[in-house]
Design a protein around this ligand. Structure first.
Ligand SMILES: [Ca+2]
Ligand SMILES: [Ca+2]
Length: 263
């Protein structure tokens, strides 16, 4: 017999018993719940013959216990002391579909690249479809190509793979965008948690952190002041609020990112 548990220890009340009038020992597929005890026997659909039975673990199971039945088949229940012997069991465990790694949020400089990835386990083949949050909690499939949005554009590739590739070309004030991945195989579909792509204008050196190196670049632009000045860096990237000047208002934005070592 077997019982599956999640992270909690068994507690009262016990789970509902499996309805054996709807389920027979000859059944090849047996689904059971957390803390429900199921009879495995020899694991075959017949007594010593037949096909191997498949036991479907609940999705939230973290532990599976196998053991003997004591006082089985009408005999009186005994004490643990009179139980002896051993069994050997061969288990073939195959997962259906689950996510090993969720995509991680990332901050990227205004003209930088990023990848959002998932890792899955389960039955192959699996298909991937990335989605973008077009408005709060509204999701749309992403296609390879260019996404235009207020504050810039994103070049997207590998939108039907386990690793979405993004290249940003954003302007000051570009908002963060959330993506998620839907994975489908013969078992069904699962949806990843959303990951946020954060445009980080203050990362002037495009190395994913905002630190002293960015400060040096910022100060140089601050000293020039006017984005129209030929001495200013092309594109005036340190104009963090997009008003044509690199001044104290931009410094406030920069310091916030600097103090956090990023956006
Ligand atoms: Ca940097
Ligand atoms: Ca400015």
């Amino acid at each position: 017999m077997a019982v599956a548990l999640d992270t909690r220890e068994p507690e009262d009340p016990p789970p509902v018993a499996i309805l054996w009038d709807q389920l027979t020992l000859q059944q090849s597929d047996i689904h059971f719940g957390i803390r429900q005890i199921v009879f495995v026997g020899d694991g075959l659909t017949g007594a010593g013959v037949g096909t191997i039975q498949t036991y479907w673990l609940p999705s939230d199971a973290t532990r599976l216990y196998l053991g003997f039945v004591d006082g089985y088949c009408g005999q009186s229940h005994g004490t643990y002391g009179d139980v002896s012997g051993s069994i050997s069991a061969t288990l073939n465990y195959s997962g259906c579909l689950w996510l090993l790694n969720q995509p991680k949020s990332v901050s990227v400089c205004s003209k930088g690249g990023a990848a959002l990835s998932v890792a899955i386990a389960g039955i192959s083949p699996a298909e991937f479809q990335w989605q973008v949050e077009s408005s709060p909690n509204l999701w749309a499939d992403v296609s390879d190509g260019t996404i235009q949005y207020a504050g810039g554009q994103l070049d997207v590739s590998r939108s039907e793979s386990d690793s979405l590739q993004l290249f940003l070309n954003t302007t000051p004030g570009a908002r963060p965008i959330r993506f998620r991945c839907i994975v489908t195989n013969s078992c069904g579909s699962i949806t990843s948690e959303p990951a946020t792509l954060v445009p980080c204008q203050s990362d002037l050196t495009c190395d994913n952190v905002v630190d002293d190196a960015d400060f040096v670049v910022f100060v140089a632009a601050y000293n020039v002041l006017d984005c129209a000045d030929p001495a200013m860096a092309v594109g005036c990237p340190a104009d963090l609020n997009g008003d044509g000047l690199v001044d104290d208002a931009d410094f406030v934005v920069f310091v916030s990112a600097y103090n956090n070592l990023g956006c």
